[in-house]
Design a protein around this ligand. Structure first.
Ligand code: GLU
Length: 280
């Protein structure tokens, strides 16, 4: 059955861009007589607050959305991320990393490395700790995926279907090894699974068949499809949609409180007004 989700992080107010994403996913689920689920992506404990989470439920209900309960909260699901990490570690695909951001910046801009390259997660990791073994990890290490090793461990590269706005990105060996590199799967500062790992584990756990999200996240999709293949999880269809922009053409960010749904509500807008504003 068609199953999709809206997966906000409670780090700020929902704005028109979130409204568009949530309404679109909800409408697509309803027209396919499918399921619409909600997931609270609250692994970033330093930035997530209960007040923002409460506001998400309130804004979405006001918009007329209904979703299944219980809602999956990532902070309640850390055991599943640890299990996924463990299984990738046991496959020999992970290594511990003690580099700080400064270490990475310095190593990546060393003269012999050429110009530092940026991937979807920031600077491409120059590989300083790649020789370290998963078994030797300590509590102060981050955990990285050895990308070349991971790609080579698969008999064939996984494929996926993309609908909506097509991104220029392709899931190729060269893209993953040269332009993405050894991404972090568990963070050093918070000891929690990274966005990539938790999303992949949760999409599988929630039985998501269609991931509907903004095209700003299209760069993460090849990473997610790779992780699904490594973990033996199913790959959903990916639908990337256009972004709602402000009057200057910039995409909306959480700090754009001027576009917060709560503000429109307090000024007397109706849910139909919001639908009209986002072009639905
Ligand atoms: N939590 C992410 C965000 O708020 C969305 C994750 C996803 O849709 O995969 O941007």
């Amino acid at each position: 059955m068609f199953t999709t989700r809206f997966a906000p992080s409670p780090t700020g107010q929902l704005h028109l861009g979130h409204a568009y994403s949530a309404l679109l996913a909800h409408d697509m689920a309803r027209s396919a007589t499918g399921r619409f689920l909600l997931r609270i992506e609250d692994t970033d404990t330093a930035r997530c607050t209960p007040a923002f989470e409460a506001q998400i439920y309130d804004d979405l209900a006001w918009l007329g959305l209904t979703w299944e309960t219980p809602v999956l909260r990532q902070s309640d699901n850390t055991g599943a991320y640890e299990a996924a990490l463990e299984s990738l570690g046991n496959l020999g695909l992970l290594y511990p990393c003690s580099c700080t951001r400064g270490d990475i910046r310095r190593a990546a801009s060393a003269p012999q490395e050429g110009a530092p390259m940026h991937g979807p997660d920031g600077l491409i990791y120059p590989g300083t700790c790649r020789h370290r073994r998963w078994e030797d990890r300590t509590d102060t290490d981050a955990i990285r995926l050895d990308m070349a090793h991971a790609v080579n461990s698969l008999p064939a590269l996984p494929q996926y279907t993309e609908t909506g706005v097509h991104s220029a990105l392709r899931l190729t060996r060269a893209h993953l090894t040269d332009e993405v590199g050894d991404i972090v799967l568990a963070r050093r500062d918070t000891k929690t699974a990274s966005y990539h790992l938790s999303v992949v584990v949760d999409d599988a756990e929630q039985g998501i068949t269609h991931v509907i999200r903004g095209k700003d996240l299209a760069t993460a999709t090849p990473i997610h499809v790779l992780l699904q293949a490594l973990l033996g999880l199913p790959t959903p269809t990916y639908h990337h949609h256009d972004l709602i922009r402000d009057d200057d053409g910039k995409r909306l960010a959480k700090r754009d409180d001027a576009r917060a749904i709560a503000l429109y509500r307090s000024e007397g807008s109706t849910p139909q007004d919001i639908r009209r504003m986002v072009g639905l």
